[in-house]
Design a protein around this ligand. Structure first.
Ligand SMILES: Nc1nc2c(ncn2[C@@H]2O[C@H](COP(=O)(O)OP(=O)(O)OP(=O)(O)O)[C@@H](O)[C@H]2O)c(=O)[nH]1
Ligand SMILES: [Mg+2]
Length: 392
């Protein structure tokens, strides 16, 4: 079994933009990353497949491979139709890292549905959701915002990334260079989990703790910085503190837990690891746990890169973690995806289950021992456990 199979992670691109970004993240990782794309648009699927990403068509019977045309309801129904086809790809997967661009039909409509179904199967989800560029229409921005609240409700960890921020300092750069830099920034954050697990340096990340981190993470910001030359350890943390994706350090200052990767060549010195950790601690709250790992790769010779995932929440306790591997053979697809003719946009539960139950679905039972009967946590309301949409 390859190292990547052992990581239990799957990268999933959703929609046209999501698949393109997932393909570039997988390519930036350098091969071997377990990745998949799903889209309603057959042509876009073919393009992503040509870029090396295996893509599945969603809603072929409903949309004839023509895409969701900007309509998130079509995207949602397409995911309901064909989620089943994803199941063979989930063998051994404990955490799915979803990448989607919001503002149109498939990324906006299918992503919350897929997350809800994965949650019903006991698979943890870390969603990276891109917001439209500021030069796109107001309607796209509003559509994206509506989806963010759904994702917030169902994803275990959620990083919302304004596309503009990814193109930090890129306005005057040649377009191709700006796109490459933006993709590299995204890849640094998204692939950190894989790199810590499958290409560790002398400090290895623990898969259980990473899994618990995703489950308890909540809102997440990520940022990366690189430096070389003298004083590179001090300078790399200074530029991480200024990173726009981390809101100029605000995300770190408020974080409930941080996952930090130090990526360097074999020339990395122990004193530099100490200096980086000390400086990052200085950017965070005194009581913020920082889980750190190093990735040593000859390609980084002379350079040090620091990647931080700043989570609002802390790692889930072992009792909250979904320790069991999902039962791939008998997925609760029917319960997770009740077909709703003329279903409501969003389909939020009455009373807004986000406030009541949060991303884990455990609400006020968040910090108590789960009441487990037949493998089901009865502290989580049935409709949340089964992903049933309630009409107001
Ligand atoms: N960074 C980046 N963003 C993209 C790219 N393509 C699309 N987007 C963004 O993604 C948003 C949604 O567009 P798509 O991903 O193409 O839409 P979709 O999810 O395929 O939905 P439908 O086409 O309606 O089925 C757009 O408003 C853009 O902000 C891309 O290649 N790179
Ligand atoms: Mg599309």
């Amino acid at each position: 079994m390859s190292q990547d199979m052992l990581s239990g992670l799957l990268l999933l691109g959703v929609g046209g933009g999501g698949c393109r970004l997932a393909a570039s993240v997988a390519a930036a990782y350098g091969g071997g990353l377990r990745a998949l794309g799903v889209d309603t648009d057959a042509m876009s699927n073919r393009e992503a497949s040509a870029d090396g990403l295996t893509c599945l068509l969603l809603g072929g019977a409903r949309l004839a491979g023509q895409g969701a045309g900007g309509d998130p309801i079509k995207g949602r129904l397409a995911a309901q139709d064909d989620f089943e086809n994803l199941i063979p790809h989930l063998q051994g997967v404990r955490t799915v890292v979803l990448v989607a661009c919001l503002g149109a039909g498939t990324g906006g409509g299918a992503t919350p549905e897929i997350i809800r179904a994965l949650h019903g199967m006991g698979v943890a989800t870390f969603c990276v959701a891109m917001l439209p560029f500021s030069f796109e229409s107001e309607a796209r921005r509003k559509a994206a915002e509506r989806v963010v609240s759904l994702l917030d409700e169902h994803a275990d960890s959620l990083a919302v990334v304004p596309s503009d921020d990814l193109f930090e300092g890129g306005a005057d750069r040649p377009l191709e260079e700006a796109v490459r830099a933006a993709e590299a920034a995204l890849a640094s954050g998204v692939t950190l989990l894989w790199r810590l697990l499958t290409r560790p340096g002398f400090i290895r990340a623990d898969p259980e703790r990473l899994h618990a981190q995703v489950i308890g993470g909540g809102a997440c910001g990520f940022g990366a910085a690189a430096a070389s030359g003298p004083e590179r350890a001090a300078r790399v943390v200074q530029s991480l503190g200024r990173c726009r994706l981390l809101r100029g350090g605000e995300r770190l200052a408020k974080a409930g837990s941080v996952l930090l990767g130090i990526l360097a060549g074999p020339d990395l010195r122990l004193a530099e690891v100490g200096a980086i950790m000390g400086a990052v601690k200085g950017l965070c709250r005194a009581d913020c746990p920082i889980e750190m790992g190093t990735v040593l790769d000859a390609g980084y010779e002379g350079r040090v890169e620091v990647v931080a995932l700043a989570f609002e929440g802390g790692a889930a306790r072992a009792s909250e973690g979904r320790g069991e591997l999902p039962l791939i053979q008998e997925p609760p697809v029917a319960e997770a995806f009740p077909i709703q003719p003329g279903g409501r946009k969003g389909g939020r539960a009455k009373g807004g289950s986000k406030l009541a139950y949060g991303a884990t679905g455990r609400g006020k039972f968040q910090n108590v021992e789960p009441t487990m009967i037949d493998g089901q946590d009865l502290d989580v309301p049935t409709y949340v456990r089964r992903g049933i949409l309630l009409e107001r």
